[in-house]
Design a protein around this ligand. Structure first.
Ligand code: NAD
Length: 336
């Protein structure tokens, strides 16, 4: 739910719970004042781990949280994924409310019920479907968000735009140089409506919801390799990986399913202007393909399963691609 003030939006939601049974888990980069016990956590993609979940469980036990209580998760997508997973597994599940504070968490991570952590370098490979009881979205948080995090969130918005013929031109028109929040708010709302409809039809990702994976088969592999690279202290932000993944997957859509070239050209222009080229070496290609073969979305071992596009607004799920096709798509992406 979009709101103008987090505290007044929170009041009716919390009225359902005993005020002694509220715990807050808050991202270290945001400040959220409340009378409730608060665990402030520094989180990142590299520590989206069981260790962080265990700290959250300890905090819940220390404060005597019971199954009738509620957790408030305030932060970016890493925080809401971890805190949501901790809530979903604590005493077999306690309610939680998401308050997303990054663009990416607002338009994607904080709704739809996917929670989880990274494990053995594989993105979100341990997790649970556990929808929050509410998601309260206040775009004002974005005033302090670094530009690259804003662009990262916009990457997920571009994915949603490609799924809808009306949204795509609006998303191309939004001025990423000014990042005006007033003009952004209706676009956030549209993203939530598109995702909400898709998730309602397939909450457990067994069919239609796979359209939301557009860009993510290649994107996750690029993100994982960036995380696994020990010398890289700034791994690729999730939404940047999604933009690179979209380019690879729309490229494959052009050659395999006759998607028009226009969206590929539009994405490429946006990437070159705002996101820069992916920082990967050609020698990473075999590892990237191996990572895609381990993706949790695959229905059979070692198969690479993607969502492609017939055209903007017309996604095709469960498209199997060969390692040679994947390699060709990486060639295209790295040649830009
Ligand atoms: N559950 C889902 O359905 C889903 C969907 C998409 C992405 N995700 C996950 O979301 C994660 C990425 O989320 P993200 O892009 O929000 O990254 P993030 O959570 O790492 O946040 C990015 C950075 O911004 C900081 N931050 C948060 N709010 C801020 C604010 N208002 N002002 C200043 N700094 C702020 C954070 O502390 C962090 O340093 C990935 O782990 C991805 O797998 C989950």
């Amino acid at each position: 739910m979009l709101c103008k003030d987090i505290y007044s939006a929170l009041t009716p939601v919390l009225a359902r719970y005993d005020s002694e049974q509220v715990c807050v888990v808050c991202d270290a980069n945001v400040s959220f004042e409340s009378p409730y016990p608060t665990l402030t956590l520094a989180v990142s993609e590299q520590n989206k781990s069981l260790e962080r979940v265990s700290r959250i469980w300890d905090f819940f036990f220390e404060h005597g949280l019971t199954r009738r209580g509620v957790v408030i998760a305030v932060g970016g997508g890493v925080l809401t994924d971890i805190a949501g997973f901790a809530a979903a597994t604590y005493k077999r599940g306690v309610d939680y409310i998401n308050i997303p504070t990054t663009l990416l968490a607002m338009v994607d991570a904080s709704s739809g019920g996917k929670t989880g952590i990274n494990y053995h370098g594989l993105k979100n490979s341990i997790g649970a479907f556990a929808p929050p009881v509410d998601t309260l979205i206040w775009p004002g948080w974005l005033k302090t968000l670094p530009v690259h995090e804003f662009l990262s969130g916009y990457g997920e918005m571009l994915k949603t735009g490609l799924l809808n013929t009306k949204l795509w031109p609006q998303f191309l028109q939004y001025d990423l140089d000014t990042m005006d929040l007033e003009a952004l708010t209706p676009l956030i709302e549209q993203c939530l409506a598109v995702k909400g409809r898709i998730v309602a039809a397939d909450p457990r990702d067994s069919g239609r919801r796979k359209v939301l994976n557009l860009g993510h088969t290649f994107g996750h592999a690029l993100e994982e390799i960036s995380m696994q690279n020990a010398t890289d202290s700034h791994p690729m932000p999730h939404g940047y990986a999604v933009v690179y993944g979209l380019i690879a997957e729309v490229y494959l859509s052009v050659i395999k399913t006759h998607c028009p070239k226009e969206p590929l050209q539009q994405l490429t222009q946006l990437m070159l202007h705002y996101y820069g080229k992916p920082q990967c070496k050609c020698s990473d290609r075999e590892r990237l393909i191996a990572l895609m073969q381990q993706d949790k979305k695959n229905e059979r071992t070692a198969e690479i399963n993607c969502t492609l596009l017939r055209s903007v607004g017309s996604p095709l799920i469960n498209q199997v691609i060969s390692p040679d096709e994947a390699s060709e798509a990486f060639d295209f992406l790295f040649s830009l």
